[in-house]
Design a protein around this ligand. Structure first.
Ligand code: NCD
Length: 479
């Protein structure tokens, strides 16, 4: 790939979606604007190009103040943050731009009842050229992108994703290890609620790295993440014999996530027990207590990476990573270990975010690389009648009901499978209704295949269907 250099390219008026915000949801999607909502929104080639740019920014952090003069980023943070917000703001200032900070959105018009969609329309409608959003609802950044006339960067949406932390983490692997493909990376701790882990796992699978999960008991990787890893990358979990991880995995089952055709067979023993031999990186995470239910709140016996664990032969060359903040899951005595890179990792958040901002603001070309991304809103359908079928209580379609039309995307027609267009969680249903005919069917009935997607109604039970006035297929035929 040719060398990437930040070049002057003023944003053309056509790049903007000014005036689009009042239109219907589908019309609001401005193809010329790139958002960074999911790690899937960016291709591997683009990520590699960002790394090259980040290398340049890291080498001379003060030399690029003419990259984004006159541009403003807005940090809208509905959840606490230190690194993500400050590194984004540092990045923008180093690029010569300005920043607007709303670090505590609870002191904003939210308390007056303003919807996220309205806030985004206002901030993107003239106050700022890019929005960095952190919000507790899953799919909130996707919703924001739908309404925003300027690029939206997801700085963490609930437990769902944190793509810029992942770009930072991947960049660290790239700098420290020189490659990502084929690396063996241990993900440890709260794998259930850590959004950094979820985005990182998708990216590692895409780059062809091997993932060894060492979860805190009860905080295993959620089923929907495992399913997506399989659907998108044909990566399958295999129970691992993790004795070689020594003290790190002593109290935990380890799961090895590997492509169906593992390309690193030499690292493992045999099919009876996949034995981790040598690890390249350990990625530790804190208990995400703010998202735990009562039962999960006790973290007294949480995994802990201590000097003793670092003595395991399999970790001899492993770098130790953590998105931070840390609590007690990495003991302070590990800080002095040359394999610990978590403070360097946080520092590298600035050059990689400089690259992300310069790219999304149209001030840096990434070269002739394929644009990534599948936008789950595109090709989605509004739920025609009845309740929102999204099963995820933390989804933005449930927490923000104004300006949010429940939408779904058909994943597969036969058998029918569909997902929420915002949080991408798969819908669960026992009955399918047709909003046009008013008839309901069993999901595997042949007639379901004939229903237009925009007429599909996903229902939990026959009672729900009849409660909404749908009639059974047989009754309707006989009537
Ligand atoms: C992470 C987050 O907010 O998800 N922090 C960060 O952005 N560096 C990780 C965490 O809070 O545990």
């Amino acid at each position: 790939m040719s060398q990437v250099s930040p070049i002057e390219r003023p944003i053309e008026p056509d790049d903007r979606a000014d005036g689009e915000a009042e239109k219907g949801a589908d019309d609001q999607i401005a193809p010329a604007i790139r958002h960074l909502v999911s790690i899937d929104d960016i291709s591997v080639a683009e990520i590699n190009a960002l790394f090259l740019a980040a290398d340049r920014f890291a080498a001379e952090p003060r030399a690029f103040a003419d990259t984004c003069p006159g541009f403003i980023s807005a940090s809208l943070f509905y959840e606490p943050s230190t690194r993500t917000r400050l590194s984004f703001e540092s990045a923008m200032l180093r690029l010569g731009g300005g920043v607007l900070t709303a670090a505590e959105m609870t002191s904003s018009s939210v308390v007056k009842g303003e919807s996220l969609a309205d806030t985004i329309r206002v901030v993107g409608g003239g106050y700022a050229d890019v929005i960095v959003l952190r919000h507790p609802s899953e799919g909130s950044a996707r919703l924001a992108a739908l309404y925003s006339p300027v690029p939206v960067i997801n700085a963490g949406d609930g437990s769902l994703e944190h793509p810029t932390q992942t770009l930072c983490d991947l960049y660290n692997l790239h700098v420290e290890r020189g490659r990502i493909e084929g690396l063996d990376v241990v993900l440890a701790g709260d794998l259930k609620y850590s959004r950094t882990v979820h985005s990182f796992a998708y990216a590692l699978a895409r780059f062809g790295a091997n993932i060894v999960c060492v979860p805190q008991h009860g905080l295993e990787l959620p089923e929907y993440v495992v399913e997506r890893l399989y659907e998108d990358f044909k990566v399958e979990p295999i129970r691992a014999d993790a004795r070689r991880l020594g003290a790190l995995a002593a109290n935990s089952d380890a799961v090895y996530l590997t492509p169906q055709k593992p390309h690193q067979l030499s690292l493992f023993t045999d099919a009876r027990g996949w034995e981790v031999q040598r690890v390249d990186a350990v990625y530790m995470t804190r208990p995400q207590t703010e998202r735990h239910s009562g039962a999960e709140l006790s973290d007294t016996s949480y995994l802990r990476l201590e000097k003793r664990a670092m003595a395991a032969e399999s970790l001899r060359d492993a770098i130790v990573m953590h998105p931070l903040p840390r609590r007690d899951e990495i003991s302070a005595e590990v800080d002095a270990d040359p394999r610990s890179i978590y403070f360097k990792q946080a520092a590298r958040g600035v050059p990689i975010r400089m690259a992300i901002l310069a790219w999304l603001l149209g001030r840096m070309e990434l070269g002739d690389v394929d644009g990534g991304g599948r936008d789950p809103i595109k090709g989605s359908h509004e739920v025609p009648v009845g309740p929102n079928p999204c099963p995820n209580p933390s989804c933005v379609s449930r927490t923000e009901t104004r300006h949010v039309d429940a939408r779904f995307r058909v994943l597969k027609h036969d058998p029918l499978r569909a997902a929420c267009a915002y949080c991408t969680r798969e819908l669960q249903f026992e009955v399918i209704g047709c909003s046009s005919s008013g008839i309901y069917h069993a999901p595997d009935a042949g007639a379901v295949r004939l229903i237009l997607p925009e007429h599909l109604v996903f229902l939990e039970s026959v009672e729900d269907a009849e409660g909404l006035g749908f009639r059974a297929a047989a009754t309707a035929a006989g009537s």
